[in-house]
Design a protein around this ligand. Structure first.
Ligand code: C2E
Ligand code: CA
Ligand code: CA
Ligand code: CA
Length: 278
């Protein structure tokens, strides 16, 4: 029994060491990822629900790790937030999106709207409005082609500050979308307080909207409300034709999901753009 105990102890410590060094090296790698130019933005099309044409895209970050390969955001955004790296990473995303938007505009895609995801830490930076304004000016982009996606959970922290910041971003003409709507903190009060341009109906409802009456009823409620409040509804995670049919009937404005395309690198996204008339 004594020996077992010892073995157990040894196993425990060695596993812990592996885990800690793993996390530690990931941290170190993440710190260097920006200067090593290891991030890339993928773009996923948003299509008009009635015409099926591409009207915009969501930029989604990817990390090309030298040993691990392509690391999805869910595996490092949280760590980036903890390490305080999300602010420089977020700024890199903003700059990349605006530069890309300008290139697309110069190529003739003049009515393409691109959205990007924000973390709460970015929103709480005192100079965030100035940063957005500067990046827009540097790239000679009108704010209206840019949309920032935020989640409800972000609105809970330091609400007064957040409200002011969001209002100031709106003054730049930039759209604000409420992401993952219907999950977690849902409060209709937010829709009154903040002037969102867009509500993104969470995958959770879209998943069974074609077979579940409750999901369909909630979707209908949200689209009706959105019309009244002058907001667009984007359904995300659309994977099946059956979902597409019902989401159209329920008057969602735009659709996004694997049914149309997964998020793609710039050159592949451009191939899709070329096939559509914007
Ligand atoms: P999100 O903002 O809710 O983004 C939607 C996620 O759903 C993306 O995952 C997208 O690839 C995925 N998706 C799209 N269509 C479908 C579909 O039909 N079915 C399914 N099952 N999934 C679909 P991704 O790219 O792995 O991003 C995950 C999350 O990471 C994002 O969730 C967002 O919260 C965060 N994220 C991504 N890029 C950034 C960024 O640049 N900055 C920050 N702060 N967060 C980011
Ligand atoms: Ca999003
Ligand atoms: Ca989402
Ligand atoms: Ca999410």
């Amino acid at each position: 029994a004594k020996q077992n105990g010892k073995n157990h102890h040894e196993m425990y410590t060695s596993t812990m060491n592996i885990n800690t060094s793993k996390t530690f090296s990931l941290q170190n790698d993440l710190r260097k990822a920006l200067v090593k130019d290891q991030f890339e933005l993928y773009y996923q099309p948003k299509v008009d629900a009635q015409t099926n044409q591409i009207v915009g895209a969501e930029a989604l970050i990817r990390w090309h790790h030298p040993n691990r390969g392509l690391v999805p955001p869910d595996d490092f955004i949280h760590l980036a937030e903890e390490l305080g790296l999300i602010v420089p990473i977020g700024e890199w995303v903003l700059r990349s999106v605006c530069r890309q938007l300008k290139l697309w505009q110069e190529e003739g895609y003049q009515s393409l709207k691109v959205s990007l995801n924000f973390s709460v830490r970015q929103l709480l930076q005192t100079d965030i409005v100035e940063t957005i304004s500067t990046v827009l000016q540097e790239n000679r982009i009108e704010g209206k082609w840019l949309e920032i996606e935020i989640t409800e959970s972000m609105l809970i922290e330091q609400e007064a500050e957040t409200l002011k910041t969001i209002e100031a971003i709106r003054q730049l003409g930039v759209h604000i979308a409420l992401d993952d709507f219907g999950t977690g903190y849902s409060s209709l009060g937010y829709l009154r307080k903040y002037k969102f341009s867009t509500i993104k109906l969470d995958k959770l409802f879209v998943k069974d909207v074609h077979i579940n009456e409750e999901s369909a009823a909630i979707t209908q409620f949200i689209t009706n409300l959105s019309k009244q409040l002058n907001m667009n509804v984007v359904a995300e995670g659309v994977e099946y034709e059956e979902q597409l049919t019902i989401l159209r009937q329920l008057k969602c404005d735009e659709l996004q999901g694997y049914l149309f395309s997964k998020p793609k690198p710039v050159n592949e996204f451009e191939k899709m753009l070329n096939k559509h008339i914007l």
